[in-house]
Ligand binder design. Structure first.
Ligand code: CU
Length: 690
């Protein structure tokens, strides 16, 4: 049952009342929203993000600084002096979207993702948008907004994956329970995968939708010798004609600032009546904006030459699907999906892209000199059975191409081949079949709560014990049954997968989502040709079971989730652990009762805790001062959470106690030292250098 289906496209004309609790009285604050009809269409030049070329060997240690700044998003608003009104956004190295990183297969790079969401005096800034703290959310003890960056589609080691629990506040003054790297130690991307259109974006627990909305996203293009060969032989456009298009829907206030609703306020439905007792701000079941940005500009135009262009389409929106079509009957030729080339190009007259997905396409303007071609959209919200987008709705148009630039003879015409002569990797035989569900529940406030789970156990929350635990290097089929009325783009970290089939089904579902008596219905459909490639995000249709196959070839903790950002923030995400799981996993991730040792020593409820020296080489001393008899247990874990040393629970008398940690058989690197005193957990990072 959908209780909060909102019609945001009608909101533009509404005055939203936001109630701010001031002391004991309620004060109304009026927010006026920018009318999409007042925003210029096809006048703003398409911005092309700057490129960090990491194929250059001198350029493989990259620093990305995340900060708040102002940028002209092309809203057509002028200030008193006649200058464009700027919008406060977040971005990387002062840009939204962030710079495009171009890296090459098998050439590793290091990236520091510095959190500098601070003002000119270094004081942490508040969030730009309303944060709902009633959901599972990164909850720093001090001030500042947590961030963590995930390379979407990257075959990345767990420590550098940008897991939701690996967040950190400005200068890493506070860190999530899974934080290992990011600030002092860079993330490591070994790029041991085929050429692909990847993207990086924020992934912080419970505020991913807000951090991405504020601007935290960018392209990461992985190239290869194979692709360079195609470019040189004119089978693919030169990189000069290879352009990323990040499509995102937004809402703005009349003073040109980002607006994200903090409460449902739908017209003509019973939202408000159902909302008694719902927190404010609250997470929403979905978000649909009415102003379309491409690369951070409203409805831009790109002036093009009469030739083939390659575009990397990215749907970087919260919930909106786009069904893209070009005017004048111009076709779109798809050459790749999320993670590389298709076996052969596929010609489309329209093309659907779900949140998180990428499409690698060619548009041929050769015979269109002097014409203007518009990308249009007609995907319903939510997809596929929600409100239609009519041709006169603002969201029915994305951007335009004006074919008015003279042909540059320095770059000859290209002709994409009929086949890429590169067979897709053979699918190994699966040794395990997992039956999983997509489910809609309700949370304690009566809000829609989208969830993942298993057929047997039913719907599960993010912090429930891990159920998806493939063996290292095993190949599994994931049969995912969609029990909800919407399509959900399901994304697996670490792996690429192939879509095997989709089929209707019936069955009995209990209130917790346990599914029994499954009967398959109708034909087993193969994926469409454009989806029959290497994928990492795939929209599973309502009432269907989709079968995916993947090989889990890197050990450690990852996640899988719906890429509707409002869903992944509200329980539609689950941990995934590849390989042997440490027996104490759940304890290890639950940080609620954990305190971090910062600086020299930690004063606890029962005494003092001090580890020195740290970093250490041959041995470190842990000193514990307890005021009364205390039960103490010590464990040292490696950064993957595997147990390295353990001192079982001991009853310590009042006084000072010392424990020596010898590095003898330990490898150089970072460790986590956990001290349990009575029932409270204290954790310290321990660095071993030699
Ligand atoms: Cu979803």
């Amino acid at each position: 049952m959908k209780i909060l289906l909102l019609k945001f496209n009608h909101l533009a004309t509404l005055l939203l009342m936001q109630f701010l609790l001031v002391g004991m009285s309620l004060q109304a604050q009026e927010v006026e929203l920018l009318d999409p009809a007042s925003v210029p269409k096809f006048k703003n030049q398409l911005p092309i993000p700057s490129v960090i070329d990491a194929t250059n060997s001198g350029n493989r240690s990259i620093t990305m600084t995340i900060s708040q700044f102002e940028q002209d998003l092309g809203l057509g608003l002028k200030d008193g002096a006649g200058n464009a009104v700027l919008t406060k956004v977040w971005g990387y190295n002062g840009q939204y979207p962030g710079p495009t990183i171009v890296a090459k297969k098998d050439q590793a790079i290091n990236v520091k993702w510095l959190n500098r969401l601070v003002d000119a005096n270094g004081v942490p800034l508040p969030h730009l948008l309303p944060v709902d703290k009633t959901i599972h959310v990164a909850d720093p003890e001090g001030p500042g907004v947590p961030i963590v960056t995930h390379l979407h589609g990257g075959h990345t080691e767990s420590e550098s994956d940008g897991l939701p629990g690996a967040w950190y506040t400005p200068y890493a003054s506070d860190k999530g329970p899974l934080f290992i790297k990011g600030e002092d130690i860079p993330y490591y991307y070994d790029n041991d995968q085929e050429e692909a259109t990847l993207w990086y974006h924020d992934h912080t627990l419970g505020i991913t939708r807000l951090n991405v909305y504020a601007g935290l996203a960018g392209f990461y293009l992985l190239t290869s010798g194979f692709e360079n060969g195609l470019q040189k032989s004119k089978s693919l456009p030169d990189p000069k004609y290879d352009i990323g298009l990040a499509i995102q829907d937004r809402m703005f206030t009349t003073d040109g600032q980002l607006f994200y609703p903090s409460e449902p306020n739908g017209e003509g439905d019973h939202a408000m009546a159902d909302m008694n007792g719902v927190p404010d701000p609250t997470i929403l079941p979905e978000f649909f904006g009415d102003i379309i940005l491409v690369n951070g500009k409203a409805w831009p135009v790109l002036n093009v030459e009469p030739r083939q262009y390659r575009f990397r389409l990215l749907n970087g929106s919260d919930s909106r699907f786009y069904n893209l079509k070009l005017t004048e009957g111009v076709k779109i030729t798809q050459i790749g999906s999320d993670q590389g080339f298709l076996k052969e190009p596929v010609e489309h007259s329209e093309l659907l892209i779900a949140p998180g997905e990428r499409l690698d396409v060619i548009i041929d303007f050769s015979d269109l000199k002097g014409r203007t071609i518009i990308i249009t959209n007609n995907a319903s919200t939510p997809f596929p059975d929600g409100d239609p987008v009519d041709s006169d709705d603002s969201q029915a148009q994305i951007m335009a191409f004006k074919v008015d630039v003279p042909f540059n003879r320095a770059y000859p015409h290209t002709k994409i081949p009929s086949s890429f002569q590169k067979p897709l990797p053979e699918i190994p035989t699966a040794t395990n079949v997992r039956k999983l569900i997509l489910f809609e529940g309700e949370d304690d406030y009566g809000r829609l709560k989208p969830m993942l789970g298993t057929v047997e156990e039913g719907a599960l929350e993010f912090f429930d014990p891990i159920t998806e635990n493939p063996a290292l290097n095993s190949t599994e089929i994931w049969e995912i049954y969609n029990l909800t009325p919407d399509s959900h783009p399901i994304h697996l970290h670490l792996v690429f997968f192939r879509v095997l089939s989709s089929q209707g089904f019936t069955g009995n579902v209990d209130a917790d989502g346990r599914l029994t008596n499954i009967q398959l219905v109708g034909p087993m459909e193969k994926p469409e040709p454009g989806q029959d490639g290497k994928k990492d995000t795939y929209a599973i249709a309502p009432g269907e079971v989709t079968r995916l196959i993947a090989t889990f070839d890197r050990e450690g903790r990852y996640v899988w989730h719906c890429h509707i950002l409002s869903h992944e923030d509200h329980e539609m995400m689950r941990p995934l652990y590849v390989g042997n799981m440490p027996g104490d996993m759940p304890d290890h991730i639950l940080a609620d009762n954990t305190q971090e040792i910062k600086g020299e020593k930690l004063v606890t409820d029962n005494g003092e805790l001090n580890i020195y020296p740290n970093p250490f080489s041959s041995s470190a001393t842990m000193q514990l001062k307890v005021e009364e008899p205390t039960a103490v247990a010590v464990r040292i874990l490696d950064i993957r959470g595997r147990l390295v040393r353990e001192v079982p629970v001991k009853q310590l008398a009042a006084g000072t106690h010392e424990l020596e940690i010898k590095s003898a058989d330990m490898q150089t690197g970072m460790y986590i030292c956990e001290v349990k005193m009575n029932s409270k957990l204290y954790r310290s990072r321990l660095v071993l250098t030699r």
